[in-house]
Unconditional design. Structure first.
Length: 181
């Protein structure tokens, strides 16, 4: 199961036969990932069926793990106000995704779809090359390896510069809200 937190960080819970056999959050694995996973206030998840050979040794039984994952503070999560994207922004986001996702897939496999979806859902403006660059830089951090991150950024930004067409940049949101990236 892949999880994208409200802060756009990636986590994973590996299940085998209904039992939790692996945990990860950003660069942390196994029990080391547990404290940061307890802080998730909100997020999205997706189950992906694919064989995973990794098992994190030393994990407690699943029922104990589930109890450990309950946050210390529990209370209502404030919903984030969202605005509907303009047609220009939707077009710009679709174009951005067509450049970013194939390259990200090279580094993260099927998680790329989920990561792109989450990051692009938070973009409120894509009205300059700087916004696009910040978006690409934010997504690159999910790769977790500085060499691969640099390679990803170089490939995506080169694709933008080298494309026969230009990214249809959208104008800022009607309420003047700045881009999340």
């Amino acid at each position: 199961m892949f999880i994208i937190t409200a802060e756009n960080h990636v986590a994973q819970v590996i299940l085998r036969g209904g039992e939790i056999v692996g945990l990860s959050h950003r660069l942390l694995r196994g029990l080391d990932a547990l404290p940061s996973m307890r802080t998730f206030a909100a997020g999205r998840y997706r189950f992906i069926e694919e064989p995973v050979d990794r098992i994190d040794p030393g994990l407690p039984p699943t029922l104990d793990l589930l109890a450990l994952l309950i946050p210390e503070r529990s209370g209502p999560v404030e919903a984030r106000q969202s605005t509907l994207p303009t047609p220009d922004l939707r077009q710009a986001l679709a174009s951005a995704r067509s450049l970013i996702e194939p390259e990200l897939t090279e580094f993260l496999g099927p998680m790329a779809d989920l990561i792109c979806q989450e990051y692009l859902a938070h973009v409120t403006a894509l009205d300059s090359p700087e916004h696009f660059t910040r978006l690409v830089e934010a997504i690159a951090k999910e790769i977790g390896d500085s060499t691969k991150e640099a390679h990803f950024k170089q490939r995506v930004l080169s694709s933008l510069r080298g494309a026969a067409w230009r990214l249809p940049l959208a104008s800022p949101a009607a309420d003047g809200a700045p881009s999340s990236y």
